[in-house]
Design a protein around this ligand. Structure first.
Ligand SMILES: Cc1cc2nc3c(=O)[nH]c(=O)nc-3n(C[C@H](O)[C@H](O)[C@H](O)COP(=O)(O)OP(=O)(O)OC[C@H]3O[C@@H](n4cnc5c(N)ncnc54)[C@H](O)[C@@H]3O)c2cc1C
Length: 390
C-alpha cells in the first residue's frame, strides 16, 4: 500500500490550497517543500500585506498560449470564494485599487489560514527537505526526499517558477515536466522592471520620478504609474507591459493620456508666452516635463513654434517609444511567464493528459496573471481544481 493518496511538491500558494482541499476530502496528503517555511512568497507579497485576489478576475487578464485554458478553474473557484474563506477566518481586508484586495494586517494571516486549512485536512507537511528524485512505477510515484522515500498513486507539481531564486524558487517544475515528457513553453521573467541603454540612458537621470501614463507593449496597454529607475523603468504600468514585451520591441508611453488632440496648438493661442515644460508640468513631475521638452528641442515660448511642430510634439508625447535593452531578470521578476504547456493538461482537473495521476498547478503552468492579485487567484483556483479530484 502507498504511504499517501497524493504527494504535492511545493508548499506555496497553489500547493497549500490543493493539499487543504484534498485533505478535507479525506485524502491522505503529503505536502513537501525544500524551504524551512511554507508560503514564503505569500509572506513577502503585496509589500507584506498580500494582494490575495482581484475582484475583476477573468481569463482575459492572464497570458497563456491558450487564452481559454484558465476559464474553467477560475470559473469554479472564484475571487469571491477565496474572499469568503478569508472572511471566515476574520481576516480584515481592504480594496486598494482596481479590484485588488489586501490584508489590513499581514500576509502572515493568509499563510496561517492555509496551514490551518491543511491541519483540518490532516495534511502531513515535510519542510526543509529537498526532493532528490521522482520515479513512476507500480501504478504510482516514488519521491525521494533527503534520506527518505515516499510513495503515492498521484503526484502534484506545485513548485512554481524560477522568479526570485534567492527565496528558493527553482525551475524544478520544468525539469520534472520534461522528465515525464510534458512540453514546456519557454519560461521568461514577467512583471519585471525593464532596463534602458544607449541614448535612452539619459532617462535614468530621472531615477525616482513617477508619472501616470499609458504603457503599451505589443497590443496591450496599461494605464497606471510608471517609475524611472537608475537602471531603466519600473512601476505598475511598466511591470504590466513587461509581461507582453519581447526583446527588441519598443514600449510605447503616452505621457499625456488625458489631453485631447490639438491641445498644444490650442494652448499656443490661449497662452502663447508659456513653455512646453510649464504646460507639461501641469500633469507631470517637473523634472520629467523638463527632460521631455529638452528631448523635443522645445524649450522656448510656444508662440515661436509652428502648429505643425506642436502637432508633431503632441504625437511624440503620446507615442513615446523607448526600446529597453533587457529586463532585470528572474532576480527581480514577480512571476515567470511560460511554463508547463496547457496543451498537456486538462483544464478541469490540471491532470496531465498523457501521464495518469500527474498534476501541475499554480505558476508552474503556462498561465500568468496581470499584476494585482491575479496570480494568487490562479494559484488558489488551479490548486482547488486538482484538490477536488486527487
Ligand atoms: C515579491 C513578490 C510579490 C508578489 N506579490 C503578489 C501579490 O501581491 N499578489 C499576487 O497575486 N501575486 C503576487 N506574487 C506572485 C505570487 O507570489 C506567485 O504567483 C504565487 O506564489 C505562485 O504560487 P505557486 O504555489 O505556484 O508557487 P510558489 O508560491 O512560488 O510556491 C512554490 C513552492 O515550491 C517550492 N519549491 C521550489 N522548488 C522546489 C524543489 N526543487 N523542491 C521542493 N520544493 C520546491 C518553493 O520553496 C515554494 O514554496 C508575488 C511574487 C513575488 C516574488
Amino acid at each position: 500500500m502507498s504511504d499517501y493518496d497524493a504527494i504535492i511538491l511545493g508548499a506555496g500558494a497553489a500547493g497549500l490550497m490543493c493539499a487543504a482541499v484534498a485533505g478535507q476530502r479525506g485524502r491522505r496528503i503529503l505536502l513537501v517543500d525544500h524551504a524551512e517555511q511554507a508560503g514564503k512568497k505569500i509572506l513577502i507579497s503585496g509589500g507584506g500585506r498580500c494582494n490575495f485576489t482581484n475582484m475583476h478576475t477573468a481569463a482575459d487578464r492572464y497570458i497563456s498560449a491558450n487564452p481559454h485554458f484558465a476559464k474553467s478553474a477560475l470559473g469554479r473557484y472564484t475571487a469571491q470564494d477565496f474572499l469568503a474563506l478569508v472572511e471566515s477566518y476574520g481576516i480584515a481586508w481592504h480594496e486598494k485599487t482596481l479590484g485588488q484586495l489586501f490584508c489590513d494586517g499581514s500576509a502572515k494571516q493568509i499563510v496561517e489560514m492555509l496551514l490551518d486549512e491543511c491541519d483540518k485536512g490532516r495534511v502531513d507537511l515535510s519542510l526543509g527537505r529537498g526532493v532528490t528524485g521522482v520515479e513512476q512505477g507500480d501504478g504510482g510515484y516514488r519521491v525521494s526526499l533527503d534520506g527518505r522515500a515516499v510513495t503515492a498513486p498521484a503526484l502534484v507539481i506545485a513548485t512554481g517558477g524560477p522568479s526570485i531564486p534567492k527565496m528558493g524558487a527553482t525551475g524544478f517544475a520544468y525539469d520534472l515536466a520534461r522528465q515525464f515528457g510534458l512540453k514546456v513553453v519557454e519560461p521568461r521573467p514577467a512583471l519585471v522592471p525593464l532596463t534602458l541603454g544607449g541614448d535612452e540612458i539619459l532617462f535614468r537621470e530621472l531615477s525616482g520620478v513617477a508619472a501616470d501614463v499609458v504603457a503599451t507593449a505589443g497590443k496591450t496597454a496599461f494605464r497606471e504609474a510608471a517609475l524611472f529607475t537608475h537602471r531603466g523603468l519600473s512601476g505598475p504600468a511598466i511591470l504590466q507591459a513587461s509581461s507582453y514585451w519581447r526583446h527588441g520591441q519598443p514600449v510605447g508611453i503616452d505621457f499625456v493620456p488625458d489631453r485631447d488632440s490639438g491641445w498644444l496648438p490650442a494652448a499656443k493661442r490661449t497662452t502663447p508666452r508659456t513653455t512646453l515644460r510649464k504646460l507639461l508640468g501641469g500633469t507631470l513631475p517637473d523634472r520629467l516635463a523638463e527632460t521631455l521638452s529638452e528631448r523635443l528641442g522645445m524649450t522656448g515660448e510656444i508662440s515661436t513654434l509652428t502648429d505643425r511642430r506642436l502637432q508633431d510634439a503632441e504625437r511624440a508625447l503620446s507615442h513615446w517609444q523607448l526600446t529597453p535593452n533587457g529586463s532585470e531578470g528572474y532576480a527581480k521578476a514577480e512571476v515567470t511567464a511560460g511554463g508547463i504547456s496547457t496543451a498537456e493538461l486538462s483544464s478541469q482537473t490540471m491532470e496531465a493528459k498523457r501521464v495518469k495521476n500527474l498534476y501541475a498547478v499554480g505558476e508552474a503552468v503556462d498561465v500568468t496573471g496581470w499584476l494585482g492579485g491575479y496570480n494568487f487567484q490562479w494559484a488558489w483556483a488551479s490548486g482547488w481544481a486538482a484538490g477536488q479530484v486527487l
